[in-house]
Design a protein around this ligand. Structure first.
Ligand SMILES: NC(=O)c1ccc[n+]([C@@H]2O[C@H](COP(=O)([O-])OP(=O)(O)OC[C@H]3O[C@@H](n4cnc5c(N)ncnc54)[C@H](OP(=O)(O)O)[C@@H]3O)[C@@H](O)[C@H]2O)c1
Length: 168
């Protein structure tokens, strides 16, 4: 089973200046990401790896696989491979593709499930976008809404956790 985990805004924005458009202002989403991926294999692009805070490189308690076309690219704590196919072959558990846009694009045709966080905002100056097309390929399985003013929330924005499955 191949999964994508992604958070995007109303226009599909996922990144800005090598960071998330909402920076650290959605801790509820980070907790959700951790809960989904812990104990599994995370596959990411070189750029996403480089944008992780150093204390989270590698993401703990997960097999980390980093994609680069450069056969000489090596980092401590992660397996570096040159193609998505190699990453899937080397995975020792369920695969969660965690970005960025270039890797999502490569993974979408073979992805079974998308765990999307749909942020109810538009981040105008974003520079990286999820290549998601609203078409017949995906069926919405579940949707869970979170408001920034929910009791105990530390999130700045409202968002939904949505699961999309590939239509059989
Ligand atoms: N909102 C979210 O859910 C989310 C998730 C992840 C990242 N992001 C954001 O997205 C941005 C980074 O995304 P990005 O699209 O610029 O970069 P990226 O996809 O993380 O990394 C791109 C690099 O990965 C390697 N690569 C990608 N696909 C490959 C493939 N099929 N085979 C071999 N190597 C491959 C290449 O490295 P080489 O150049 O070394 O060949 C490529 O230059 C950041 O702003 C980050 O914060 C957001």
């Amino acid at each position: 089973m191949i999964n994508i985990v992604v958070a995007y805004d109303r226009i599909g924005a996922i990144g800005k200046d090598g960071d998330l458009p909402w920076q650290r202002e959605l801790p509820g989403d980070l907790a959700h990401f951790k809960q989904l991926t812990l104990g599994h294999t995370v596959v990411m692009g070189r750029t996403t790896w480089e944008t992780l805070p150093s204390r989270l490189r590698p993401l703990p308690e997960r097999q980390n696989i980093v994609l680069s076309h450069n056969p000489h690219f090596h980092v401590e704590g992660a397996l570096c491979v040159q193609s998505l196919a190699q990453a899937i072959k080397a995975a020792d558990s369920e695969v969660f593709v965690i970005g960025g846009a270039r890797v999502y694009e490569a993974a979408l045709p073979i992805t079974d499930r998308i765990y999307a966080t749909e942020v109810h905002e538009v981040f105008q100056s974003a520079d990286t976008f999820f290549p998601f097309v609203e078409d017949d390929t995906w069926v919405e399985r579940s949707r869970e809404s979170h408001q920034h003013d929910d009791p105990g929330s530390k999130d700045r924005y409202d968002y939904d956790f949505v699961i999309y499955d590939r239509r059989n």
